[in-house]
Write a protein that binds this ligand. Structure first.
Ligand code: C2O
Ligand code: CU
Ligand code: CU
Length: 473
């Protein structure tokens, strides 16, 4: 049975939990993690929209953790249960948090009816831990993802990466955040605890009974309803303080262009690969599926009772409402000056060209699981040039290394402040040529040659074949 055609399979656990869920929805995942959402506190706002408390997934350590992917039910808000596919019962799944120098040991079990993998998007890991579609876990199967955390502080994320089924599995709810902290970041005294909030933003299309749906379409699955952390019309009570929003575009195909409705800027401090060298204030940010933003938002000068809406400018959607409910004793500050040092990659010795053609091909070829398209020597800086004949967005994502975006010509013809530092996904819009510099380090303990993929992160394009394998040797 596939969720696409007949999403009737409620797990036994889901049925039992539904029976007891009069005040809250609780599901217990294979990791023994209890996920609870209050469903009583929804509040109608002035416009008559009933807003639901933002779901903030539990934070867990990846040091020794069991995670399952399985059918479940989630309260998307107001008690409306939806059939989902979930990591440990949550949509999104638990937020992993760890520090550079520690390690992940994650025991995965596949409770889906289809094969799947977990890919740790943005994590620098060897092939065996990367969730490559060739390492698919069969229904009922298990897999151990074990890897050292060797990179700097940043917010990555995890999601399925099975051959041709990624879009569907993500659409039904499988995704979660993965935060790495380090000493450099800690020294900045950035907002933390309740003042640091992961926001997984995506769109969806609900059926008449409120279940998530998915329709395969090469051009990309576009929904008509935004979800933030799996919550419909979310609201979050905030203090008069600086907040750190860790934002992920978790959509299949939609770019979001976010802005605050009070005209206040975002202070951009980081992106996919961690902190930028310095903070920049911007009032609007367009970002594509797979990209992350590390934003400070300043509520210090607001009064209790004030409301601020995070919106998508292109659709006019209200994404999430912040309601100031309390004066903070510890409002925090916005850092000025240097946040981090980013050593520029220079002097590429090889240039490679990749054209993202139609909706299914890179350089004229559709993805095949076993075809390796090129080899990259370790420790060599290369320039990769991305072009497209249309059908954007093509968010170009590379596994196995972070990269630096050095130019965009044609189209928007500029680089944006949030594209500095280290990236793993870059938006290639129609008419654009984007150049990156990339180097795959020789990582101690990794098995070489290492096979990684590069692909369009419009998940429908990825599933239709806009992906390739390469080998780091
Ligand atoms: Cu977020 Cu290869 O994927
Ligand atoms: Cu990835
Ligand atoms: Cu694409």
């Amino acid at each position: 049975m596939s969720m696409t055609t007949d999403p009737t399979g409620i797990s036994r656990r889901g049925v039992l939990q539904t029976a007891i869920a009069s005040a809250a929805v609780a599901t217990v995942g294979a990791g023994g993690l209890l996920v609870t959402r209050e469903i009583s506190a929804a509040k109608p706002d002035k416009g008559g929209v009933t807003r639901n408390p933002l779901y903030v997934p539990p934070t867990v350590s990846p040091g020794n953790f069991s995670i399952s992917a399985a059918p479940s039910q989630a309260d998307l808000g107001g008690g409306q249960l939806s059939r989902v596919l979930a990591y440990n019962g949550g949509v999104p799944g638990p937020t992993f948090r760890t520090t550079t120098g520690s390690s992940a040991n994650i025991q995965f079990s596949n409770g889906l009816d289809d094969e799947t993998t977990i890919h740790w998007h943005g994590m620098i890991v060897e092939t065996a831990a990367d969730g490559h579609p060739g390492d698919a876990v069969v229904p009922g199967g298990t897999y151990n993802y074990t890897y050292p955390i060797i990179q700097r502080a940043c917010m990555n994320w995890y999601h399925p990466h099975p051959h041709t089924l990624t879009g569907e599995q993500v659409a039904f709810g499988l995704a979660g955040a993965f935060i790495i902290n380090d000493n450099e970041e800690a020294a900045l005294g950035l907002p933390t605890g309740q003042y640091e909030v992961p926001l997984v933003i995506r769109d969806t299309k609900l059926d008449r009974t409120g279940n998530l749906t998915f329709k395969a379409s090469k051009s990309g699955f576009l929904g008509d309803t935004p979800l933030v952390n799996g919550t419909l019309d979310p609201t979050l009570d905030v203090d008069t303080a600086v907040y750190r929003l860790r934002v992920l575009n978790g959509a299949n195909a939609r770019n979001f262009r976010i802005a605050l409705n009070n005209g206040a800027p975002f202070t951009v401090i980081g992106n996919d690969g961690g902190l930028l060298e310095t903070a920049t204030n911007v009032s609007q940010i367009e970002f594509a599926p797979g990209e992350r933003l590390d934003l400070l938002v300043d509520f210090r000068n607001l009064a209790v009772g004030d409301k601020v809406m995070l919106q998508d400018v292109d659709t006019g959607w209200d994404l999430i409402e912040f309601v100031v409910t309390q004066t903070s004793n510890n409002p925090g500050t916005i850092p000025t000056g240097t946040l981090s040092t980013v050593t520029p990659l220079t002097n590429p010795v090889v240039t490679r060209e990749f054209s993202f053609d139609g909706m299914t091909r890179i350089n004229g070829q559709v993805y095949e699981l076993d075809r390796i398209d090129f080899q990259v020597p370790r420790n060599q800086t290369e320039l990769w040039r991305f072009t497209t004949g249309g059908n954007a967005p093509h968010p170009v994502h590379v596994h196995g290394a972070s990269y630096q975006v050095v130019s965009r010509t044609g189209g928007r013809n500029t680089l944006y402040p949030w594209e500095g530092g280290w990236k793993d996904t870059v938006l290639l819009n129609d008419g654009e040529t984007v150049e990156i510099l990339i180097r795959f380090d020789d990582n101690a303990g990794f098995a070489y040659p290492a096979v990684y993929v590069m692909h369009c992160h419009k998940l429908s394009h990825e599933d239709a074949g806009m992906m390739l394998n390469f080998e780091v040797v």
